[in-house]
Design a protein. Structure first.
Ligand code: NAD
Ligand code: G6P
Ligand code: MN
Ligand code: MN
Length: 434
């Protein structure tokens, strides 16, 4: 049978993953699921691990669930390693979100200064995990959910020799489900040509029942009463219709931070002063979720998990693993090495793009190039990710300042330095390289 290891197993998202494995058991016969965490996460691991065991028992399956703080023991002979850890927990995310606001800059988990710092904390850990994998499970696939997933994939491609890495995000599948819902059709009738970067992906064309439908969909999207499409963690501010018509592509929900910077900053300030930043809201959600998970009579994924931003997370992860295992050659959007798929992005960089998923991994479907209006921003974010990854690996202050300053959400080198200094101090417990 298949051995799966999930690092950050104490995450409240774990029941999503377990539900996905249960649903696909016939084609994806998992014999062992190892949930790995660290001492700070032990209590969460035990609670969510208990629920995972009850879900599997309720389904009548014989998947053996192991809970451990010993990553090396877990990794031995793994087939697939999924990662969903958060260095510094939600407390660190709350700092990523609050500190930039003081300087008039967006505070967000994966964008701007917050995204930079989540990367600085995460990249050294993922590279350590890879060292263990080289020794203990050299043939395994690494499927990384840990954010910032694009920057993390970039770092793995550039600073390790590990080839079997795939970065994964629920945004593309979320867009597809949202569009199908707007059109009132089953999701499998909709196809989207996706290309870009993680949290910066565009739907370049939309097809309905195999027929090109982009213009009709854009007419619908830009009509007055339609949502512009979003997820639980991003406020649904509407796009200017003329902007979308001229762009003739579908931006992802995260593009609001770039195309609506002022409005999103105002929304964040308002939230920070009222219900709290997203991390602070999620801290409460998480507490309630773990209260539910503790209930011994619960043996399913509770619907309350839908309040988190990770909807369809398990479909993305499980469909990917299933297609690799069964060599399905279907199309899924994932983060992988560009290899010429997008002309204006370096060959050796990570892109998020539709791929054919084979037993040898994802094969990106070449698009030529991105529309000219989107190209510059995508290249700038890619440059930011590269410089940020270099800073994470070297611990070099000047490189970190360079990354902060070239980020489009940061308005000046002086502001960049002030934010950098305060955040380096606030996060120093999780930044041993600096
Ligand atoms: P969380 O705060 O619940 O963290 C998950 C677990 O990671 C915790 O139990 C924590 O103790 C553990 N952890 C921290 N450092 C670790 C380490 N070094 N080794 C092993 N475990 C460690 O986080 P969450 O809200 O469930 O999110 C988990 C991660 O997944 C985050 O990085 C988040 O950004 C990411 N995420 C990504 C997507 C995506 O689209 N790619 C979707 C949802 C969540
Ligand atoms: C979306 C993104 C994830 C992100 C999540 C945040 O799903 O794709 O990358 O981690 O939202 O959700 P949260 O509930 O933690 O705010
Ligand atoms: Mn994501
Ligand atoms: Mn800037």
């Amino acid at each position: 049978g298949i051995k799966i290891v999930t690092i950050g197993g104490g995450s409240s998202y774990t029941p999503e993953l377990v539900e996905g494995f249960i649903k696909r058991y016939e084609s994806l016969p998992i014999s062992e699921l190892w949930l790995v965490d660290i001492p700070e996460g032990e209590e969460k691991l035990n609670i969510v691990g208990g629920l995972a065991k009850r879900m599997i028992q309720e389904a009548g399956l014989s998947i053996k669930v192991h809970l451990t703080l010993d990553r090396r023991k877990a990794l031995k002979d793994a087939d697939f390693v999924t990662t969903q850890f958060r260095v510094g927990l939600l407390e660190a995310r709350a700092k990523d979100e609050r500190i930039p606001l003081k300087y008039g800059v967006i505070g967000q988990e994966t964008n701007g200064p917050g995204g930079l710092f989540k990367g600085l904390r995460t990249i050294p850990v993922i590279l350590e995990i890879i060292k263990d994998m080289e020794e203990l499970c050299p043939d395994a696939w690494l499927i990384n959910f840990t954010n910032p997933a694009g920057m993390v994939t970039e770092a793995v491609l550039r600073y390790s020799n590990w080839k079997k890495v795939i970065g994964l995000c629920n945004v593309p599948v979320g867009m597809k489900m949202g569009i199908a819902e707007q059109l009132g059709v089953e999701a499998d009738r909709v196809h989207i040509d996706f290309a870009g970067l993680n949290h910066m992906i565009y739907g370049l064309d939309i097809y309905l029942d195999g027929e090109l439908f982009t213009d009709q969909y854009i007419d619908k999207l830009t009509s007055e009463d339609e949502s512009s499409g979003t997820m639980q963690n991003i406020v649904d501010l509407k796009w200017q219709p003329e902007f979308i018509k001229a762009l003739r592509a579908i931006p992802c929900p995260y593009h609001r931070y770039y195309y609506k910077t002022e409005e999103m900053f105002a929304e964040e300030m308002k939230a920070a002063e009222t219900e709290g930043t997203r991390a602070e809201v999620v801290q409460k959600l998480e507490k309630d979720l773990f209260e539910l998970y503790k209930d011994e009579s619960l043996a399913i994924k509770p619907p309350q998990l839908e309040k988190r931003g990770g909807a369809y997370y398990s479909d993305a992860a499980c469909n990917l693993i299933d297609s690799i295992y069964n060599d399905r050659k279907d199309i899924q959007p994932v983060n992988t090495i560009n290899n010429g798929a997008i002309d204006s992005i370096p060959n050796e960089s990570a892109v998020e793009i539709n791929c054919v998923i084979t037993k040898d991994g994802p094969k990106p479907i070449a698009i030529g190039d991105l529309p000219v209006a989107t190209r510059g921003l995508v290249q700038q974010i890619k440059s930011f990710e590269r410089v940020a990854a270099e800073a994470a690996v070297t611990g070099d202050y000047e490189t970190a300042l360079l990354a902060m300053t070239i980020n489009p959400l940061v308005p000046s080198d002086t502001v960049a330095k002030a934010i950098l200094d305060e955040m380096l101090e606030a996060h120093k417990a999780h930044l041993p390289q600096f």
